[in-house]
Each structure stands twice: as C-alpha cells, then as structure tokens.
Write a protein that binds this ligand. Structure first.
Ligand SMILES: NC(=O)c1ccc[n+]([C@@H]2O[C@H](COP(=O)([O-])OP(=O)(O)OC[C@H]3O[C@@H](n4cnc5c(N)ncnc54)[C@H](OP(=O)(O)O)[C@@H]3O)[C@@H](O)[C@H]2O)c1
Length: 217
C-alpha cells in the first residue's frame, strides 16, 4: 500500500516509517518538503537503505496515498484535515491522535467537542473512513526496529474492512496484537488511556510503557 504519514517527520511518524517500509511505500509528509526528504533519508539509513520511503509536503503525501496516518499533535488536527481537504479523495485515515495536556501535576485527557480526536477527524473529513488506533504505543519503542513491543493496539472504527486493514498493519509490527475496541464513537475511551499510561509510567519509572490485556491463554 501507499501510506502517507502526515507530520511523519516526528516521533511516531518515524516509528511507523521504519516498521512499515519493508512491505509498503511510505510517504513522509511535512509542512516543508525538504524536511520530509531529510526524514525519509534518515529512515532509510535506519533501515540500512532497504525499504521504500520518500518525503514531500503534507498535501502531496496525502494525494499520493491510499492510507493516511495523522502523525501530528492534537493541536494541529484541523490543519492536516480540513485545511488539506482538497488532497483527500477516498483514503482510509488512521488517527493515533490523543488530545491531552499536562496540568503541572498530571497528564489529563481534553475532550474535544465531538468527544474524541477521531470523531473530530470524522466530522472534518466527512465521507472518509476513519479508524482510531496506536494511541498507547510508545514512539521510541516503535523506532527501535528490532524491539518486540509485546503490547496491544486498541482499534475503533465503523467499517469492518477498514478495521481489518489496520489490524493487518498492526500485525506487521513484531509482537503487537490488534484488539477491536468498538465503533469510532468509543474512541474517547481508548484515547484517554494514554494520559493514564503516562501518569503511571512517570510515577513508577517505567520506560516505554504499553498496555496489554491479560487472560488465561
Ligand atoms: N510520541 C508517541 O509516543 C505517541 C504515541 C501514541 C500516539 N501519539 C500521537 O501521535 C501524534 C504525533 O505525536 P508525535 O510525538 O510524533 O508528535 P511530534 O513529534 O511532536 O510532532 C509530529 C509532527 O507534527 C508536525 N507539526 C508541528 N507543528 C505543526 C503545525 N503547527 N502544523 C502542522 N504540523 C505540525 C511536525 O512536522 P513538520 O514540522 O515536518 O510539519 C512534527 O514533526 C500525536 O497526536 C500523539 O498524541 C504519539
């Protein structure tokens, strides 16, 4: 697949690029095409020059892709969705975006008016399939190419085929397990796990924390 990483010059975007470049064409997007090209070269260096990664401006990256991952902080969700609407066609959009802030004592979830970042993306991009996933996956762990993450990815969405596609992308990353977490309207529950996870990690000195559901397997 052709996968655009909007704001893919950042932490989580770099992680997705190195994990998916062996099987897919990865298009790193940025506000500045030159910065995206530098990030693509850096990702290829991490991959030992094996993989298909290139960089361009966010709008061109979206236009060239079948799947778009929104790799920007929540504050910039509008600028990479509605402001770039002309670049979207019928792409599947994946949102790992977490609306949260640090209040000086702890990280807290900041409910958007629509309930979650994913529901806001849906209202900004009407008609497109939006799937919400990867919120509790640590970018540093993702970037460490050979590390087994041993974590679960909670996926919310309304279209079964789109959920299956994101579950497949999840399974391509070593030891990540995709778990269905409900319709897109349930995304706030998943997004709000991230500030909880960061509060626990910080207080208990847990590096690169993740979440997995335990059971008698
Ligand atoms: N980091 C994690 O461990 C992690 C884990 C799970 C989910 N997430 C979610 O993934 C998203 C990205 O996180 P991140 O840590 O990768 O973010 P980041 O590194 O802080 O930023 C990602 C990119 O956002 C772009 N950006 C910055 N200001 C912008 C603006 N004004 N307008 C448009 N784009 C702008 C920048 O790209 P250019 O300068 O190249 O345009 C930057 O490289 C967030 O929503 C976060 O909640 C992160």
């Amino acid at each position: 697949m052709k996968i655009a990483l909007v704001g893919g010059t950042g932490d989580i975007g770099t992680g997705f690029a190195v994990r998916w470049a062996a099987n897919h064409e990865i298009i790193i997007g940025s506000r500045k095409a030159d910065k995206a090209k530098e990030s693509a070269a850096a990702a290829l260096a991490l991959l030992g020059e094996r993989g298909n990664v290139w960089g361009t401006d966010n709008g061109s990256a979206i236009a060239a892709a079948e799947v778009v991952v929104l790799c920007v902080p929540y504050e910039h969700l509008v600028s990479v969705t509605s402001d770039l609407k002309a670049s979207y066609r019928d792409q599947l959009v994946i949102s790992p975006v977490v609306p949260m802030s640090y209040n000086g004592k702890f990280f807290e979830f900041n409910h958007p008016a629509e309930g979650s970042a994913a529901m806001q993306a849906k209202s900004l991009l009407p008609g497109l399939q939006i799937v919400s996933a990867f919120h509790t996956i640590c970018a540093a762990a993702l970037q460490a190419l050979h590390r087994e993450l041993k974590a679960d990815v909670f996926i919310c969405g309304d279209e079964p085929d789109a959920i299956d596609l994101v579950a497949g992308l999840t399974q391509e990353i070593k030891s990540l397990r995709p778990l269905k977490a409900g319709p897109l309207a349930a995304s706030a529950l998943v997004e709000s796990l991230t500030p909880m996870l960061l509060n626990v990690a910080r207080r208990n000195k847990i590096k690169d924390a993740g979440i997995t559901i335990v059971s008698e397997r």
